[in-house]
Write a new protein. Sequence first.
Length: 266
Amino acid sequence: MYFLDVQGTLISDADKSPIHGSIEFVDALNAQKIPYMVVTNNTKKSSLDFYNYLKSLGFHFDVEKYLDPLMLLESRVSKEGVAAYGSSEFLQTLVEMGYVLNYKNPKTVLVTIKEDFMPDDYAQMIDFLLSGASLIGMHETSIYAKNNKRYPGVGAILKLLEFATSVKYDVVGKPSVSFYKEALRMLQKQNPHATFESVTMISDDVKGDLGGAKEMGMETIFVTSGKYKSAQEIVPFLKQELKPDFVYADMHAIYIQRLCHEKGRK
């Protein structure tokens, strides 16, 4: 059974096209009736819009196999008094969900990624946090890749703000325990016997996704088709207990090594 990341794993960070072997991999899971969940930290589009976008790219899976942080947000963050920081699409999605944006005296500072964080954004967030607002990240991605450049991800920004203010943060999406537990609950609709120990998590974010998955007992596969150019950039510097179980170039390599062998046995 599998949890599948999206950005950098199924689709390219550069042009959002399907990565080599990714559609083939999902098709094989469907054909072999192997349970899986597509677990993404999408926040730019509404959940349904992003699910439909993936389908338009050629990925075929039911919406019951899809989970992103926006689907859990209402259970984690009050709709009143939110100072939200992220792309314009994210802010618009929040408003459409009924969230009241407040940049005077917010109860919550809510952070996701955007391309142009400015020093004044950080200054404003710090003031709100020191005045008593809580700090929540939509996810804890380590690196944000855009236009062949790599920037600090939401996880890095959260740690910056925590260090500056001593305010502890919470996370809605990956790799939070609550997100992975919801993904497992949904996976159990496909196989009631599913446990974290029976799940393999595949992602290009070896810190933001796979570390948390590893801590919960999942097998982890790191693909170098996204944020990192090679395993040598990051894996040697991880704690031993957080290093991925396997490293592959992309989903095609995993398909050849795993699902083709499984298909041959049937």
